[in-house]
Design a protein around this ligand. Structure first.
Ligand SMILES: [Zn+2]
Length: 330
């Protein structure tokens, strides 16, 4: 039944290789286990710390992938990126890591059970990006999350799944206590459509989130100054509204419990979602529509180009953590 097990093993070997590549600047942790599959397997959820311990505490950048088990493009983009910035012989090598200026924390496969089962949802049939318990205003019917049955896609579940709680512990541990810092966090997905979206909160509502002015300035900077103009930037709700987005919950929690209750708080936890559009090659491969994985993953011939095409964007995104809040609020 575990048709994706070999793929999962391949990614885990690459994670261990990244650990080697980073040498003494890299550590691996475990944030719990996936839900059990019907065959009784559960999979550990691993994270990486890359950088000095001081930089991880004071200037972290977050990278998350593999929330949806079918969206392996996101996992591969992240693993490729980490190799790109850690390899001394690569043009993308980030000296700021060894200098202790920034620390990277990565959770490359949040849903290893979904990867192993080749399913979008976790082994209990829950769509983790519908699982936070947050209710949306006017969500898309069905696709926006439902509680009808775990046998149907986009099922919200009852209570937070082990994978969702692992992500919460990860976010809480690395980002909530950091002051005087910009904390960029990116979650890599792939999906419908021909263009790449960069989404900020909210997914639940068309109301602007607290940090909308900062997100808009960062979007302008990435698009115009850094030239990443093939992305469409905006709140996720401009595309569609869904129940249960995990980042909505974590972001609201941060604003309510930290920004609003602490005097002179000059840090910002700024989660974004990168949704890689994978329909662009459908014209060449129309039969893809009928393959289960087809609409979530680009065709093989375009894969290398797709995977490496995000390196510069992710690098520039990570370097936002070297900026300070007042640079974005003036
Ligand atoms: Zn996704």
């Amino acid at each position: 039944m575990l048709r994706g097990l070999r793929r999962l093993n391949r990614y885990e070997r690459r994670i261990l290789n990244i650990l080697k590549l980073g040498g003494k600047y890299t550590r691996i942790n475990q944030f719990g286990f996936s839900r059990k599959t019907s065959d009784g397997f559960r999979f550990p959820i691993h994270s990486l710390e890359i950088g000095t311990e001081k930089a991880i505490k004071s200037n972290p950048v977050g990278f998350v992938a593999g929330v949806h088990g079918l969206e392996t493009v996101g996992i591969r983009i992240l693993l490729d990126f980490l190799e790109y910035i850690l390899d001394k012989n690569s043009e993308g090598f980030l000296p700021e890591i060894k200098k202790g200026k920034l620390g990277i924390v990565a959770l490359p496969i949040l849903n290893p059970g979904g990867v192993a089962l080749k399913s979008r949802s976790n082994p209990a049939g829950v769509d983790l990006m519908r699982n936070s318990g947050v209710d949306a205003e006017d969500p898309l019917p069905f696709f926006g999350g439902h509680r009808i049955s775990p046998k149907l896609p986009y099922y919200r579940g009852n209570g937070m799944e082990p994978e969702s709680r692992a992500l919460y512990r990860f976010v809480h541990k690395y980002f909530y206590d950091v002051n005087h810092s910009i904390i960029p966090v990116i979650d890599l997905h792939s999906g419908f459509g021909t263009i790449d979206h960069v989404w900020w909160p909210f997914a639940k509502s068309k109301n602007p989130c607290f940090d909308t002015p900062i997100y808009e300035k960062m979007a302008y900077y990435l698009r115009t100054v850094k030239g990443h103009d093939r992305f469409k930037y905006g709140a996720q709700s401009e595309t569609y509204t869904t129940h249960g987005d995990l980042w909505d919950r974590f972001y609201d929690h941060y604003v309510d419990q930290i920004i609003n209750t602490t005097k002179n708080w000059t840090a910002r936890f700024l989660p974004i979602t990168l949704e890689v559009g994978t329909w662009s090659d459908l014209k060449q491969n129309p039969e893809k529509l009928f393959r289960k994985r087809g609409i979530f993953n680009p065709g093989k011939e375009n894969k290398i180009e797709t995977i490496t095409g995000y390196r510069e964007f992710l690098r520039d995104f990570a370097l936002l953590s070297l900026t300070k809040l007042n640079q974005w609020t003036q």
